[in-house]
Design a protein around this ligand. Structure first.
Ligand code: NAD
Length: 483
């Protein structure tokens, strides 16, 4: 099958083979909803069973390889991704409408970096050793087994590789289930897995609906790790399935991050960065969607923010001039619009935006809402669209209180000129990642995840390799002779 001149398989990839399904689902582009990109295989419990069986069979040999040997496959895959960045970026832009320029320059290449970084980290593992109670203790990592990775529709290629890379590097075999709203680039990844000559069954992928093939995968008792990124609602369901089989799982879930601006900050830089929250239609879990502004600078900040926001160009994500992409799906557009309507009905003030940008597409206007109170739904629930709220605070204490007042805890952004304040807030804010005077700067060795309903567990660096391993303690009595 061809998608705008690029070859993409609509099928699953199981045991090194393409496998079709009797049923399919339609995949359309948010850039033009009348354009059907593909009819994609709609997996069932039978496909889930096949994939788990293949991964189970492939596990012993893959787990027995050294980290050096597994790293050769991961590095080879990284090179192939780098080779195909443009093609993958183009298809992902069509599939989920993220800006093509940033996909090309940053997002897809991050997929290659994910594989390289984890190959390197696994190779360099230095087991922790210490003496106590007359024994020499050593912590060893054992590959855990079959791993299911379930990912959301935003940035599907990057987010999937972020989880599959450490799972494979740790010696696990993997089944990836991409989201049904953007299934294509994970399928392209499987062509590269094939070209990199991974042994059959080591890295599999099934396409389909979450409540069908996804649910079948997570309830399979042969699965030994589950890694999920998506909404808190689905996270609860998957957590329930993991609990039934006593399987460790990580969940990277939704966010409602605060974007806190203090009067001592570089206000222009803060306003410019705040306007970036509308990029990609605001469909970014890490976005700081609650603007919390020190009262004394509210007016000045809002003026600067409006100027920065007006520079946004809503348009076709393939066009380098575009900065705000359409929303992923008509259902999602309705959901975002309904949030704003409920805010209006609640008596919250729509400062700007608050409607469709044009009648013939999935673009929603960059929107700013001033809530009636901190309890307003628009403050407390993730919208996952180009909708920000604005509130003010009198002092640092109130800023922290507002920032920590939702059930989420994924990220926080602070603009201040005081490193002492930054350190103080760093300890007080409830969030997995806190950026000060910057946003989306990532070091792959840092722990990543959320607190509250933003997630369970941490991935990133050694934290991920530990999660995908069974840690084992070896104790040898001191004085045991060598050899
Ligand atoms: P979603 O929860 O609807 O779906 C995510 C995945 O789960 C999809 O592949 C879906 O098919 C699958 N799924 C659904 N029901 C399932 C079930 N019963 N069993 C197994 N799998 C099932 O989320 P979404 O709408 O695709 O993504 C948006 C959400 O993801 C937002 O809340 C966003 O904040 C979050 N997200 C979080 C991060 C993070 O790193 N924390 C990153 C990106 C997105």
């Amino acid at each position: 099958m061809e998608v705008d001149g690029v070859s993409v398989s609509p099928d699953h990839y199981i045991n090194g083979q393409r496998v079709s399904s009797s049923r399919t689902f339609e995949d359309r582009t948010p850039l033009d909803w009348t354009w059907k990109l593909a009819d994609v295989a709609r997996g069932t419990a039978v496909d889930a069973d096949l994939a788990v069986a293949a991964a189970r069979d492939a596990f012993p040999a893959w787990a027995a390889l050294s980290t050096m040997e597994r790293g050769v496959y991961l590095d080879r895959l990284a090179d192939l991704i780098d080779r195909d960045v443009e093609k993958i970026a183009h298809v992902e832009c069509l599939d989920m409408a993220m800006l093509e320029e940033s996909l090309k320059l940053r997002v897809i290449g991050r997929g290659a970096r994910n594989f390289r970084a984890y190959a390197e980290l696994a190779r360099n593992y230095a087991p922790r050793r210490w003496s106590s109670n007359g024994t020499e203790n050593t912590v060893l990592r054992m590959p855990a087994g079959v791993t299911v990775v379930i990912t959301p529709w935003n940035a599907p290629f990057m987010l999937s590789t972020w989880k599959c890379a450490p799972a494979l590097a740790a010696g696990n075999t993997v089944i990836l289930k991409p989201a049904e709203w953007s299934p294509l680039t994970c399928s392209m990844l499987m062509d590269l897995v094939d070209e990199a000559e991974f042994p059959p069954g080591v890295f599999n992928m099934v396409q389909g609906m979450g409540d069908e093939v996804g649910a079948a995968l997570v309830r399979d008792p042969r699965v030994r790790r589950i890694s999920f990124t998506g909404s808190p609602e689905t996270g609860r369901l998957i957590g329930g399935a993991a609990a039934q089989n006593l399987v460790p799982f990580t969940a990277e879930l939704g966010g409602k991050g605060p974007f806190i601006v203090f009067a001592d900050a570089d206000l222009e830089a803060a306003a410019e960065k705040a306007a970036v929250m509308y990029d990609d239609g605001g469909q970014v879990c890490l976005a700081g969607t609650r603007l919390l502004i020190e009262s004394s600078i509210r007016e000045e900040f809002v003026n600067l923010f409006e100027v920065a926001t007006k520079r946004h160009v809503l348009g076709d994500s393939r066009d380098p001039a575009t900065t705000v992409s359409p929303l992923i799906h008509p259902e999602h557009l309705l959901r975002v619009g309904a949030f704003v309507e409920r805010a209006r009905n609640n008596g919250d003030t729509i400062v700007f935006g608050g409607g469709l940008d044009r009648d013939d597409g999935l673009w929603y206007q960059p929107t700013l809402v001033e809530p009636k109170s901190n309890d307003s739904e628009i403050v407390q629930r993730e919208v996952f669209g180009p909708v920000l709220t604005i509130q003010t605070f009198a002092d640092e204490h109130e800023a922290v209180e507002l920032a920590n007042s939702t059930q989420y805890g994924l990220s926080a952004i602070i603009y201040t000129n005081s490193d002492e304040r930054a350190e103080r807030l760093g300890t007080q804010l409830r969030a997995g990642t806190i950026w000060v005077n910057c946003f989306l700067v990532r070091d792959l060795s840092a722990p990543f995840g959320g607190t509250g309903i933003s997630g369970i567990g941490r991935e990133g660096g050694d934290y991920a390799l530990d999660f995908y391993s069974d840690l084992k303690t070896l104790q040898i009595k001191e004085g045991t002779t060598h050899g």
